[in-house]
Write a protein that binds this ligand. Structure first.
Ligand code: SF4
Length: 205
C-alpha cells in the first residue's frame, strides 16, 4: 500500500490526490528555492520574515514561529540568529512575561519584505489558467484539507479575521476600532483585521 505504487493509485482516488500533493509541494519548494537564491535568503528565512510581517504582533513569538515552520523552537532560533546577523529582525523579551520572546522586523527587514512582493506570482499565474469555478472548488477543498491538517496538529494555519467565526464586523460604526473579536473580547481596527492570526477558526470550538 503506497501512494507511489501505480497499481495502488489506480484503485484509490485519494492516493492519486496525495501523490499530486507530494509532487506539487516538491515543485513549489523548488520554485521558491530558485527565487530565494536570487535574494540570498533561504526559504525558512523568507518564511520567517513573512511570518513576522503578517502575523498579529502579540503572536509574533519564537514558539508560534516554530509551529509555523513545523520545526522546534531551537531550529526557529537558528533561523532567527541568521536573520539577526543580517540585521533583518529583532528579538525582545516581553514586559508582561519575561519568558516570552517577541519578534519584529528592523527597518532593513521591512524593506527586504517589500522586495519579496513578486514571490509566488509564478504559481498564481499557473492557478489562473483554471477557470473561476475550478478555482473556487479547489479553494474550498484545500481550505478543508488545511483545517484537517491543523486539527491533527500537522500544521499551524494562520488566517485573517475576515472569514473567522469569532469575527464580528463593524459593531461600533464610526469608532476607531469598529470591529470585534469574540474569542479575545477585544475591538479591532481596520489594519488589525488583515493580520494573520494563529487562533483563526471557521467553526466555533
Ligand atoms: S480569533 Fe478570529 S476574529 Fe479573533 S483576532 Fe483571531 S482571526 Fe481575528
Amino acid at each position: 500500500m503506497s501512494i507511489f505504487d501505480p497499481k495502488y493509485r489506480d484503485k484509490h482516488v485519494s492516493a492519486r490526490i496525495a501523490r499530486a500533493f507530494f509532487r506539487i509541494s516538491q515543485t513549489t519548494k523548488n520554485m521558491l528555492w530558485d527565487e530565494c537564491k536570487l535574494k540570498s535568503l533561504t526559504p525558512a528565512q523568507i518564511q520567517t520574515l513573512l511570518f513576522i510581517r503578517y502575523i498579529r504582533p502579540d503572536s509574533a513569538t519564537v514558539n508560534t514561529l516554530a509551529k509555523s515552520l513545523s520545526s522546534t523552537p531551537a531550529t526557529a532560533s537558528g533561523v532567527l540568529d541568521a536573520l539577526q546577523k543580517k540585521s533583518l529582525v529583532m528579538r525582545e523579551r516581553k514586559e508582561s512575561d519575561r519568558r516570552v520572546v517577541s519578534l519584529s522586523l528592523t527597518y532593513k527587514g521591512a524593506n527586504t519584505i517589500q522586495k519579496l512582493e513578486g514571490l509566488g506570482y509564478e504559481l498564481q499565474k499557473i492557478i489562473e489558467e483554471l477557470i473561476v469555478e475550478e478555482q473556487e472548488v479547489l479553494l474550498s477543498s484545500l481550505s478543508k484539507i488545511e483545517r484537517l491538517l491543523r486539527e491533527k496538529g500537522y500544521a499551524l494555519i494562520t488566517e485573517t479575521c475576515l472569514t473567522c467565526c469569532y469575527f464580528r464586523p463593524n459593531i461600533h460604526p464610526g469608532a476607531e476600532k469598529p470591529h470585534y473579536c469574540k474569542l479575545f473580547n477585544i475591538d479591532l481596527g481596520e489594519d488589525e483585521i488583515y493580520m494573520e492570526c494563529p487562533e483563526y477558526s471557521e467553526l466555533e470550538m
